[in-house]
Design a protein around this ligand. Sequence first.
Ligand SMILES: [Zn+2]
Ligand SMILES: [Zn+2]
Length: 161
Amino acid sequence: MTTTQPATLAPDGASVLRAAGLRVTDSRVQVMIALAAIPHAGADAVYARVRESLPNTSRQAVYNVLGDLTRAGIVRRIEPAGQPGLFELRVGDNHHHVICTNCGVVADVDCAVGHAPCLTPSTEGGFVIAEAEVTYWGLCGDCRSGSTAQVSTNLISTKEK
Ligand SMILES: [Zn+2]
Ligand SMILES: [Zn+2]
């Protein structure tokens, strides 16, 4: 895995925090850098990444930062069925997700219509609909082209994690 250059995002992260009225802290900036490198990361993956640059960070501190950033609208939390909450920096564009039923990889899918809500329910039941969260499930390219042998390799490498 290649390491992305965080230097370009660091000042950016700080200004995003200021614009949202949040205090700029190392852990907040590092969480944003981690999410820029690994979109759709679970909290534990973010924690592991942040600890590389801030070794004294606690798991709870990272969880708190993720909560703060999510409430501030800087980070979006998605909860696909059967997976822990996943976090990403791509917010406010009404994009959707496609998730592999075999390996669990998550990819972004642009909104089919281009604005929210892109699905109109047959009856709105008195609600004013703001958005539709769509999760597509299927087999990713790797899993689809994989033979039985490759699939079992995937399972082994998952266990090793
Ligand atoms: Zn897959
Ligand atoms: Zn996404």
